[in-house]
Each structure stands twice: as C-alpha cells, then as structure tokens.
Design a binder for this molecule. Structure first.
Ligand code: SF4
Ligand code: SF4
Length: 357
C-alpha cells in the first residue's frame, strides 16, 4: 500500500485538525523563544502555532515517558478479609508525532530492538509504539553537528517513519513508507486539504537529492565496534577523552536513542491508606549515581568509566547485539554539551588509537 499526497503551504492546520478528529493526540514541534530559542514537541490543538524546524528535544516521550507509573496497588482490609488490588494497565494513547526528523524516527527503530525484539517484550513500550504514527520532515540540508550519514542514515532516510514529508515550492509532499502511514493518509477527508501528490513527487525527489548532496563526506567508521572494544581497558584513553566532562547528563537527556531507566517503588504511607505505585524514570549513565548499588558500591566510580560505558554502549555493545549503532547521528549531544564534547571525535580517536596500538 502506498500513498503520495500534496499539502499546500496553508493546509497544515487543516490536516492537523483532521488528524485530531481521528482521536489521536498530535505531538508537534512548537517554538519556545523564551527558553534559548528551543523547539519542543507539545500536544497540538486547534489554533496553536507550530514549526517544522528540527526540535531541540526529540519526541522520545511518545514511547518512553520521562516518568511513568508501571503499576499501582492498594490493599483493602477489614476484620475478615484482606485483598491487594493491582493495576498494571499500560498507559497508552493513540499518538501522531508530526514533524520528527529522520534521526528522531531512527531513534524509535533503535528503541524497538531492545524493547520489542529481545527475549522480553516491554508491554508498556509496545502499547505506545503500536499506537504511534510518525510523520517525518525530511531535512533540506545537513548541518555542522548532524552526522546521520556516518551511520547509514540520511536527510530522507525512512527508518522508523510512517510518512515522509518533503518541502517543495508551495507546500509539502507526503509519502507513506508503511501501511500504517498509508492507511492514515488514505483515511483523511477532503477537509484535510490533501491532493494527489504524484504530479509533484519528482520535485520532492529533487529536493531530497539536493539535501544528500549538501552532506560533507563521511569517514569510514565500520571498525568502531572492534576498535572501542579493543581499547576498553585503556584507562588513559578514556581519561583524556573525558577530562572536561561535567557529568551534567545533557547528552543523554537530549538523545533520541538513550533508554536506560530506573525503577522505584513509592508508598502512600500509612495515613493515606495502604497503597502505592511502581515508577519507571529515565536514568542517565553520565551521573555519578548511575549503577550505584544498594550497598553503596559503585562499579563506575569515575566519569571516564561512565563515558566509556556511554560510548561503548552506542558504538560497541549495542551493535554487537543488534547489528547497528544505538546512535542516529542527530548531533544533539554535540550541540547541547556545555563543554563541547563531541562523540564523533571520541569515536574517531578510538579508531585511530586502536590502529596505533
Ligand atoms: S549519541 Fe548524540 S548524536 Fe547519537 S543519537 Fe544520541 S544525541 Fe544523537
Ligand atoms: S553533555 Fe557534555 S559535559 Fe554533560 S555529561 Fe555529556 S559529555 Fe559530559
């Protein structure tokens, strides 16, 4: 099944309005000029201005909320009986992420592997992922911090997307890349202002070609997995790469592919009854408390060991398990690091260092 549509420039609100009427929550990029010119995904409603700029923060929360309740419990007791009621229903809402970039959509593909394709399927992730439709804006050009093409992606890569949207003169060309995307496009009523996109599809292809041509040549990083594994025990290397890191964790919070989490149990206390909940929250491997054990022992006492873990996970352990890097090359960790640490430089240095040994 395939669908190609054209949306005139003034048609975005009409399309979004029709998508809202399908009962879905629409997460769209919204400008927040007061906060360092950030662009963040927020629920869209009629009349809300949106932008198709690349978001500062990816819409990872659509599948992995920063904090979620996995289950809640309540104990009821009287003189004769006692019962424990558990509610572990996944909290999922049909959602359209509208205006992701290919590197963000690739992030969903990275998360799908451990959450859906391993020996244990995560029911909470699955419930949200199944109800998610991703509309991705293809990029018009590369930028200094993007490096998706180092990792097999690109400005119009379809991985993780359901619909690709490409800007051409006078509007957007929307192309389905999955059945889910095609079904949604085909179900749109005339009020969505979508016209047949076949006559202008050539223009979208030209725009995509131009974007690919704007990318700087990518270095060959095929040996990164073995190189990083080979220098795992080289403490000096990791120390040098990490010296100026502040352990602030920005690199992980902005990342579309980081998925470490922590689980905590929280009781209501005795006064309010005997109940509580189990929460899952994002964790951050750059934090000094990451992997701290209940005894107080922490196997990663030093920030260099934590950086080694972060880089190794993305470029060595994950590829070993899943055959691809757990980095989409979005560059958000590069442009949001307060001390300009660049994961690209660390990977290239690792390849060189392993070759020099
Ligand atoms: S590691 Fe950096 S470049 Fe790679 S996906 Fe995460 S934020 Fe983007
Ligand atoms: S954003 Fe930069 S300074 Fe902060 S933890 Fe990551 S690498 Fe270190």
């Amino acid at each position: 099944m395939n669908a190609i549509r054209f949306l005139p420039s003034d048609g975005l609100p009409a399309l979004l309005s029709c998508l809202v009427k399908t009962g879905r929550r629409i997460l769209a990029p919204v400008e927040k000029p007061a906060v360092k010119s950030s662009v963040v995904f927020e629920p869209w409603s009629e009349g809300k201005p949106l932008t198709l700029q690349k978001a500062t923060v990816p819409a990872k929360e659509a599948v992995l909320p920063q904090c979620e309740t996995l289950l809640s419990y309540r104990q009821t007791k009287n003189a004769d009986t006692a019962a424990l009621n558990l509610d572990d229903t996944p909290n999922a809402q049909p959602t359209v992420v509208f205006g992701a970039r290919p590197c963000d959509a690739c992030g969903y593909a990275v998360l799908d592997r451990p959450f859906l394709q391993g020996p244990f399927v995560d029911p909470y992730y699955r419930a949200r992922r199944e109800q998610l439709v991703v509309f991705t804006t293809t990029c018009g050009s590369g930028c200094a911090t993007c490096f998706c093409h180092w990792l097999g992606g690109g400005p119009s890569s379809p991985e993780g997307s359901d619909v690709l949207m490409t800007e051409i003169e006078g509007g957007l060309v929307l192309q389905s890349v999955t059945d889910k995307g095609a079904e949604l496009l085909n179900s749109m009523p005339p009020a969505a202002k979508l016209a047949d996109g076949a006559p202008v599809f050539r223009q979208a292809e030209e725009a995509r070609k131009k974007a690919w041509a704007s990318l700087l040549p990518a270095p060959d990083i095929k040996s990164a997995r073995q190189a990083i594994a080979g220098i795992f025990s080289d403490a000096n290397f990791w120390q040098e790469q990490t010296d100026r890191c502040l352990s602030c964790g920005a690199c992980t919070y902005f990342c579309p592919t980081c998925y470490c989490f922590n689980i905590t149990d929280e009781g209501d206390g005795y006064e309010g009854g005997q109940g509580g909940r189990r929460l899952r929250s994002w964790d951050n491997c750059m934090s000094s408390q990451f992997t701290r054990e209940a005894s107080g022992h922490n196997p990663r006492t030093d920030k260099a060991l934590r950086m080694r873990n972060r880089v190794s996970h993305k470029y060595s352990f994950y590829p070993e398990n899943w055959g691809a890097a757990s980095c989409s090359g979005c560059g958000r960790c590069v442009c949001n690091c307060p001390v300009y640490l660049d994961i690209r430089a660390i990977v290239l240095a690792a390849i060189k260092h392993a070759g020099d040994k």
